[in-house]
Write a protein of this length. Structure first.
Length: 59
């Protein structure tokens, strides 16, 4: 589904996976993307961590 490439790809995947329109085919494509390169797993985990931390910021 997503062939963006580059450093924004993990963030694009996160936004896409959080979308209500995201279906099982996209999840399969995401798993495939993760498996392509061990760095994808690390980079995606970092984006997830930042997303979590941003949601817990008290203003």
């Amino acid at each position: 589904m997503l062939n963006q490439g580059g450093q924004d790809e993990p963030a694009i995947w996160l936004a896409h996976l959080l979308s209500p329109e995201c279906g099982s085919e996209e999840h399969v494509a995401f798993e495939s993307w993760l498996a392509k390169d061990p760095r994808n797993v690390i980079e995606y985990a970092e984006v997830e961590r930042l997303h979590y931390l941003a949601g817990n910021v008290v203003v």
